[in-house]
Design a protein around this ligand. Structure first.
Ligand SMILES: Nc1nc2c(ncn2[C@@H]2O[C@H](COP(=O)(O)OP(=O)(O)OP(=O)(O)O)[C@@H](O)[C@H]2O)c(=O)[nH]1
Ligand SMILES: [Mg+2]
Length: 369
């Protein structure tokens, strides 16, 4: 059995982690929430790490023992410099807490890129984990809505660069802006995005840890995550009755199921596909043929087939995971971040000058009483 560690950093990372714990507690069963412990498909340890105590208190499905407060009371207010200092000051404590969870075969680090705590902790933590554990580290980085403001954009730009430099096995992007379509208001969009992301991570874990008809394993995951620029995303498709397994596989590459906008056929470097369903439905020849065809377009496609009896009769679920050779959407974010930093600098210079001009009025004067 694989030992997995999932670390959720900052508010966004904490909440996705909480969704993972929710899914693992509740599963499909109405009564599952009365279980006394999580029903993960594998051995999973989770820790929610945050500088804001209120964010940690807001979690519902993460055990109290799995919530780690890094003392700074109410978050770092999107200031990554303060975040980095908080990490350095508390590094031993954080790593000690992780060490207590034992040894791992795979580590996930979940964070937003736009906030202060998670986005500054993530690259530093990945560096430390790389030194202490010789295991794959997959980062899941959540990109902001593009209208969140200049600090969000610049944090995203610097966080992602530092993450790449920290050399995780790979980075999976989840784009709030792209997934806004899920719901009208932000809170329900967050819930939906978090749940969807959580389900996909659990799907992946289930596959990595199961006896499969066609096998993908940790080695394949490492190879896929190391493809292209080491940045990618996940896709998903659930078939309706009557559709072929081929259409489900192709469906999992479609933009509608991706967590980040990408054209997999043009930009894909490597991919992994996990097909889950009832045996009668899983036409292995068709799966092989479809995947071979895809491999012609996307460099290398690994495939795994997971047989599930019962409810999934006549239907299949496909999870796809890729890395990309080029990421045009990120290029856009960096260009916007650079111009917004420039605008900030100009604004600050103008305001400073205005204030200095104002002060100049009382130069050489003293108050008269
Ligand atoms: N998908 C998703 N995004 C979230 C959620 N909560 C916050 N975000 C996004 O995360 C970014 C803000 O970062 P947070 O994670 O709240 O910041 P933090 O790491 O707690 O850092 P500080 O609060 O500055 O200490 C914004 O881009 C939000 O859109 C969530 O539950 N789900
Ligand atoms: Mg916060």
């Amino acid at each position: 059995m694989l030992n997995i560690l999932i670390l959720g950093l900052g508010q966004c990372g904490n909440r996705i982690l909480d969704s993972i714990n929710h899914e693992a507690f509740a599963g499909d069963s109405t009564f599952a929430k009365y279980y006394s412990h999580q029903k993960f498909p594998t051995s999973v340890k989770t820790i929610a790490i945050n500088t804001a105590i209120n964010d940690l208190k807001g979690l519902r499905y993460t055990l109290a023992a799995d919530r780690l407060h890094v003392p700074h009371l109410h978050g770092v207010g999107a200031n990554r410099n303060i975040g980095k200092k908080m990490f350095e000051d508390n590094k031993e404590m954080i790593l000690g807490e992780i060490d207590k969870r034992g040894s791992f075969d795979l580590i996930f680090v979940l964070t937003s890129t736009a906030g202060g705590s998670g986005s500054s902790f993530a690259p530093l933590l990945v560096r430390e984990l790389n030194q202490s554990y010789n295991v794959p580290i997959v980062c899941l980085a959540v990109l902001p809505f593009r209208d969140e403001g200049t600090i969000s954009l610049q944090n995203t730009a610097f966080c992602l660069r530092e993450l790449v430099e920290a050399k995780p096995t790979g980075i999976l992007l989840v784009d709030n802006q792209y997934l806004k379509k899920y719901a009208g208001d932000i809170e329900s969009a967050f819930d939906k995005i978090n749940t969807t992301t959580a389900k996909r991570i659990l799907f992946l874990l289930e596959a990595l840890n199961s006896e499969m008809l066609m096998v993908t394993d940790l080695g394949d995951l490492k190879t896929v995550m190391g493809g292209g620029v080491g940045i990618g995303t996940m896709g998903y498709y659930e078939s309706t009755n009557g559709s072929t397994v081929k259409s489900s596989i192709l469906g999992s590459f479609k933009p509608s199921g991706l967590l980040f906008p990408a054209n997999v056929y043009d930009e894909g470097a490597r991919a992994m596909l996990i097909v889950k369903g009832d045996k009668s439905y899983l036409d292995l020849d068709m799966i092989n043929k479809t995947v071979d065809d895809l491999s012609m377009e996307v460099g290398q496609v690994f495939k795994g087939v997971l047989v599930k009896k019962g409810r999934s009769r006549g239907r299949s679920k496909v999870l796809s995971l890729f890395t990309l050779n080029s990421v045009p959407e990120l290029e856009k974010i960096y260009s916007r971040a650079a111009s917004s930093i420039q605008v900030e600098i100009e604004k600050r210079d103008t305001s400073r000058k205005q204030l200095n001009d104002a002060f100049a009025h009382i130069e050489d004067l003293d108050p008269i009483y």
